[in-house]
Design a protein around this ligand. Structure first.
Ligand code: DER
Length: 232
């Protein structure tokens, strides 16, 4: 059972949650892309939904799949957001932002009645932090903000390097919102709420990848007896 099989199994279960007339938040990443393709097939069969994309990449993929799109201004209240995650713990706290879309993903999730995570069960962890925590920062005073983020990380009882994410051309990555991403390689985050508050206190921090109290459901797929097995 391959990774794509697991992503498909989770995405299929999420598509089954979608009913006629729903206003959807559409996530970003490889698992969300499978959800988009499967949702597009149901739209072609007559399902009537409208979606708000969480990134330019998702907007392009959803358009190609024939899914009707709107902006969050047009649809400020959404029924359901389906999105991936980089890590998920037992309290459904997430690390997201591996795909640099965390700001719009969090804004859309916050505007949704429900947020369901779709992921390979390998993303389930006891303690968050093995995946580097993405932190979206304003470009102004980047160096000062970088140092302030390192201080906030230490104040929250975490240790590890904070690294500016660069693109293939080794330029600092620019998000859809024109910001940069710092990745904090912490190993483990014993108190995510404390770290979240400490990062928000840094003026140059726009948002971070700790999604706390946002996910209302999780669909995790794992290989069992040679088949993809989904737990919700
Ligand atoms: O960047 C993101 O937040 C993505 O949703 C990420 O968390 C999951 O991406 P994947 O489905 O490609 O692993």
């Amino acid at each position: 059972v391959s990774g794509p099989d697991l992503r498909r199994a989770a995405a299929e279960r999420a598509v089954a949650l979608v009913t006629d007339g729903m206003r959807l938040g559409i996530g970003t990443g490889s698992t969300a892309n499978v959800f988009i393709a499967l949702l597009g097939a149901r739209v072609r069969d007559g399902l009537d939904v409208v979606g708000v994309p969480t990134s330019e990449a998702t907007r392009v993929a959803a358009e190609a799949a024939g899914i009707r799109l709107a902006t969050l201004e047009e649809l400020p209240e959404l029924d359901l957001t389906v999105d991936g995650a980089d890590e998920i713990d037992g309290a459904m706290r997430l690390i997201k932002g591996g795909g640099a879309a965390l700001l719009r993903e969090k804004i859309v999730a916050f505007a949704s009645r429900r947020m369901v995570v779709i992921a390979d069960a390998a993303k389930y962890v006891e303690t968050l932090g093995a995946f580097p925590l993405p932190i979206e920062v304003n470009p102004f005073g980047l160096g000062a903000t970088h140092r302030a983020v390192e201080a906030a990380v230490a104040a929250a009882g975490c240790t590890g390097r904070v690294v500016l994410r660069r693109n293939a051309g080794s330029e600092p990555l620019r998000t859809d919102g024109g910001h940069h991403i710092l990745d904090a390689h912490l190993g483990r985050i014993p108190d995510p709420e404390a770290l979240s508050a400490g990062l928000w206190a840094v003026p140059g921090v726009v948002e971070h990848g700790l999604f706390l109290g946002l996910a209302t459901g999780a669909i995790l797929a794992e290989a069992r007896d040679g088949a993809a097995h989904v737990t919700c």
